[in-house]
Design a protein around this ligand. Sequence first.
Ligand SMILES: Cc1ncc(C[n+]2csc(CCOP(=O)(O)OP(=O)(O)O)c2C)c(N)n1
Ligand code: SF4
Length: 275
Amino acid sequence: MSDQHRRFLRLRQLPHVWCPGCGNGSIVKALLTAIGDLGLDQDRVAVISGIGCAGRAPFILDFNTMHTTHGRALAFATGMKLVNPDLKVIVIMGDGDASAIGGNHFIHSCRRNLDLTALVFNNGIYGLTGGQLAPTTPAGKRSTTSMSGNIEHAFDLVRLALGAGAGFVARTTSYDNKQMVTFFKRAISHKGFAFVDVMTACPTYFGRMNDLGEPYELLHYLRDTTSPSEDIAREHDESPPADLMPTGIFRDEERRDYGTLYSQRALATSGKGRS
Ligand SMILES: Cc1ncc(C[n+]2csc(CCOP(=O)(O)OP(=O)(O)O)c2C)c(N)n1
Ligand code: SF4
């Protein structure tokens, strides 16, 4: 662990609770690299999470942190950002957290465009509670509640966020440290709601249930089941093969964010905005 990462960690909280080979550690490391590279003031960064394995990240992070309730991280983050507009607010959610119990908060946050960075640690399963089916479990894959294979279709969180109007939308994997760092920096710098879907490895449940082998083999699975979006557009005339998840930045458009509009309206209605 380098000094760049160490200064952002609550060392007294280590070791963390994640299983050996879990992708969450790689994602957090990339996030800390991004925050360090951007030169953000540690005291002006807030990290807010819901409940789940992903939700444990703020325990070890030395920023302003909140470990909130399952599915409600974005609601807490919305309040925190509105009363502290200068904070960089980063929200960490599990895929179940963000798209099942928190699904409505997710789509309305994309629509509302408050200046938040939302990262979903997408392991395709409910990790903390024992490997149950999530809305993101790929069709055909096994979980502890779909032992003979999932018969539902999975949410594609990138398409969901694009449809709901998020200004910055990207997908990466915990296999690709360099891409994670680049996308996290772009997302954090984006003024408005930014979402990154991070496909990650849960060797304990997703990997074991689906006979995907050792943790490093699960990383190869992430590599082999995703494809850069540019390649897909070039090779497949914009129709990605159904078995490959595209990674890349799918939208990066700035439009007036909710916080700016809200403070302008508040000033105008209090009379202070009138000359
Ligand atoms: C209101 C509420 N419902 C259910 C739970 C139980 N619960 C805790 S974490 C979790 C799911 C975790 O899966 P996910 O959000 O995908 O995160 P992961 O653990 O995989 O990182 C559930 C159902 C809870 N804590 N609170
Ligand atoms: S159960 Fe899965 S997601 Fe949770 S810490 Fe273990 S490997 Fe990671």
